[in-house]
Ligand binder design. Structure first.
Ligand SMILES: [Zn+2]
Length: 315
């Protein structure tokens, strides 16, 4: 057991007194309000000073202490690529095209270095758990998986990383991707990713994703849609599939920008289906506000949206 660290004067409650936190072996072993050292059996006596007992003392002076933040959607393998080739148009299409071009030349070492650089930034800003979308396809192969698995192991004491096996380039339109996803899951993926809007047939894409989730007994994390057009949504299909597969509480959808373009009645129905299926929605405004609405078309008028192929209520 190490001697520990005493964080003195931590604010853990907006209304309550400041607290002294004693940390040993990476865990908070006691917390005591007010001045002094916690009076656990193996702590220093109240009269002694922490330094005399070999404790490292850190004065917080009322700074707020919180549990580590969770970064729920992160692309470690694509981080800092903008430095190499900026996306001057700012469109989603160019983001995907530029990244695809760069992806052809990346190495395991390169992915590992950029991923670690990103992880260090995250931890420095308080995030200690993150879910990484790791691209797997015939272009990059399993390099991203290898690099992220290495990073996960090397940084196990600093941050917990969940890996989503992510087919950014589509599954059917990039033959070989499904088998690579299967291999990535065997290597240590935690959830099956998907991107129905970037494939030849979104419903077929979902067939494969839900099939892989059943095969590996895991959850799903989808880039569900990236559209200002409610006609391009598949969220209702995903809600139906989630219920039918017994995956309530294990499906995550990100972006879902089509929801903002729906009329109120339809949006309420979709939100109800999402709630019933216990789907987690991760809005990503930093990306969506930057990339969406670039064509200058206004969103559809309320009550006049074109609807989508799967607009019937979920069964
Ligand atoms: Zn993403």
């Amino acid at each position: 057991m190490d001697s520990g660290i005493l964080f003195r004067g931590a604010k853990v409650d907006a209304e309550g007194p400041l607290v002294d936190l004693l940390v040993r072996d990476g865990r908070i072993v006691s917390a005591a309000a007010g001045e002094g050292v916690p009076s656990t059996e193996d702590s220093p006596s109240p009269e002694s000073t922490p330094s005399q007992e070999g404790l490292r003392l850190i004065e917080l002076d009322g700074r707020v202490v919180l549990p580590g933040f969770i970064e729920s959607h992160m692309h470690l393998d694509k981080a800092f690529l903008e430095e190499r080739r900026p996306n001057l148009s700012g469109t989603l299409q160019d983001v995907i095209a530029i990244t695809l071009g760069l992806k052809k030349s990346v190495t395991n070492k390169d992915i590992r270095e950029r991923s670690e650089r990103t992880l260090r930034l995250l931890v420095r800003h308080g995030a200690t758990r993150l879910r990484a979308q790791v691209e797997v396809d015939p272009i990059v192969g399993l390099k991203g998986m290898e690099a992220t698995l290495e990073l996960r192991e090397a940084c196990a004491g600093i941050a917990d990383i969940q890996i989503v096996v992510f087919p950014q380039e589509g599954i059917e339109q990039q033959p070989g991707t499904e088998e690579l996803m299967r291999e990535a899951m065997r290597m240590g993926g935690d959830a099956v990713g998907g991107i129905p809007y970037n494939d030849t047939d979104p419903e077929r894409h979902l067939d494969i994703v839900f099939g892989l989730a059943a095969e590996f007994g895991c959850g799903i994390d989808l880039h569900i849609d990236f559209s200002d057009d409610p006609g391009e949504c598949v969220i209702e299909s995903v809600a139906r599939r989630t219920g039918a597969s017994g995956l309530e509480g294990k499906v995550v959808v990100a972006h879902l920008t089509s929801l903002g373009a729906m009329d109120g009645e339809r949006a309420a129905r979709v939100i109800g289906a999402i709630a019933k299926a216990e789907i987690t929605v991760i809005p990503l405004p930093a990306t969506d506000l930057f990339l969406n609405g670039r064509d200058g078309d206004p969103p559809p008028a309320s009550g006049g949206s074109p609807g989508c192929a799967n607009s019937s209520p979920p069964g």
